[in-house]
Ligand binder design. Structure first.
Ligand SMILES: [Zn+2]
Length: 451
């Protein structure tokens, strides 16, 4: 029997319309007028709440297998469901083994079985010495590859230098899959660190000075040159510096296949407001100044940044160095998967954006990046019935007990945010509703639907 979800604001690619989302056997059958709902359909009236496509987060550190005490499929995917996400794509570096071979991918699949509350995929890693594993990983179903141009913080996942990268790029180009790049080069950072040896490392200004814009800018320029030469799909992860936007805009105008993401923490926080010792706000590249934040928002509005993904990257709280407040000793990474949508909605209200932009930035664009764009990412007939019942009028305070990820620490705790995720549906089933979860995990590994 069909289900009909009525809303005054159904967010479709063509616009926000009043109507009904008709769902049958886990698929969207139609977005239609209320008067067109079949008489025998089971009707759920969502009232004033909007219906958004299920969000897709292509940048999450699930850390399982191997570092499940940091996060894990069970906790990360519950946080995702509570936050309106229906698909996560896991980063390949913090798990053990790192996802740099098909055997490691199979170990991840084994470890995720029966644990996921929403759908998931895993990026493959491109590291110093696994060039021969690129095409086998592609054949085994990864949606793309991730590499680091700088030490990634964990020894098992090696950074890749230009020569090693150039040995991998022909394979990546052949795969047709995107290469996601952590774009910072060590040169400017090493120079800054020499100057800052005796600085006060409880000061956020010291940490910010240690990861200068120039490190991102040089890395992005290198990747643009390589993209021009090898013609692979280049994706810049967690763009933090607005100074790189001119180069990226010019490269895209030239026709290079480049996409760009940024993250909620760069769009919500700013360096001027981060207290000294507040190591929960440490991430790399760093959260920069308020004027930079405004420029990132303009770039989203102009289409120069394609998507917002979380870079949810937790660790055990003792690794955040909160007792000493020293930024040099704290693990970098911000946890906030379950609150990313309200964070962005709250900012959008201030900045004149709305549900259409959110659907594009947080659902359709990341779905396209992950190669699942014909199955997810929009409320369109024929796609999976993945959607969010989203109350835009309510507000809430972020409290540790409702974060749902493994360690209830986050720089968002204590903030009052506008909008509440009422329910999240995965293939027509409510996996999260009003604070509670489905009786069992319904997520599975998503598979590529298109390139
Ligand atoms: Zn990351």
């Amino acid at each position: 029997m069909a289900q009909a979800f009525l809303s005054k604001r159904v967010v479709t690619p063509q616009g926000v319309v009043p109507g009904a989302l008709l769902v049958e056997a886990g698929k969207i059958v139609a977005v239609c007028r209320e008067s067109e709902v079949p008489r025998d359909a089971e009707v759920l009236d969502c009232g004033e709440a909007a219906l958004l496509p299920g969000l897709v987060d292509t940048h999450v550190h699930i850390n399982q297998p191997g570092r499940t005490e940091w996060e894990g499929f069970h906790t990360a995917t519950r946080a995702a469901a509570a936050g309106g996400y229906t698909t996560l794509v896991d980063m390949p570096l913090n798990c053990l083994p790192e996802t740099t071979t098909v055997a490691a991918l199979e170990a991840k699949r084994e470890s995720a079985r029966g644990e996921a509350w929403v759908d998931w995929m895993s990026w493959g890693g491109a590291v110093a010495d696994n060039q021969k594993h690129i095409l086998p990983l592609a054949a085994a179903g990864v949606p793309g590859f991730k590499c680091f141009l700088i030490y990634p913080g964990c020894d098992g996942f090696t950074m890749i230098d230009q020569q090693q990268l150039e040995a991998a790029l022909p394979y990546i180009a052949e795969s047709g899959l995107p290469l996601l790049v952590h774009a910072e080069l060590a040169g400017p950072i090493d120079e800054a660190m020499l100057r800052l040896r005796d600085a006060d490392w409880r000061s956020y200004a010291t940490y910010l000075a240690s990861r200068p814009d120039e490190a991102e800018l040089q890395a992005i320029r290198l990747m643009i040159r390589l993209c021009r030469e090898y013609r692979f799909r280049l994706h810049i992860v967690h763009l933090s510096t607005a100074l790189a936007l001119d180069d990226l805009r010019a490269a895209r105008a030239e026709g290079l296949p480049i996409t760009v993401e940024t993250c909620p923490h760069y769009l919500h926080f700013c360096a001027e407001e981060i207290a000294d010792g507040a190591t929960l706000s440490k991430c790399a590249p760093p959260i920069r100044g308020g004027a930079n934040r405004d420029a990132l928002w303009r770039a989203l509005g102009d289409g120069d940044i394609d998507m917002i993904v979380t870079d949810h990257s937790p660790c055990p709280p003792e690794m955040k160095g909160m007792e000493t407040g020293r930024f040099d000793l704290a693990w970098g990474g911000i946890a906030g998967l379950s609150v990313a949508l309200p964070v962005i909605y709250t900012e959008c209200l201030r900045r004149g954006f709305g549900l259409m932009e959110i659907a594009r930035w947080m659902s359709s664009a990341p779905a396209a990046l992950a190669g699942i764009g014909s199955k997810a990412g929009a409320l369109v007939a024929g796609r999976d019935a993945n959607f969010v019942i989203f109350d835009t009028e309510a507000s809430f305070e972020v409290v540790p007990g409702k974060l749902h990820f493994r360690h209830a620490v986050s720089p968002y705790v204590g903030e009052t945010l506008r909008s509440v995720v009422k329910a999240t549906y995965l293939r027509g089933e409510a996996v999260y509703r009003d604070g509670g979860f489905a009786s069992s995990p319904l997520g599975c590994e998503a598979t590529l639907s298109s390139l």
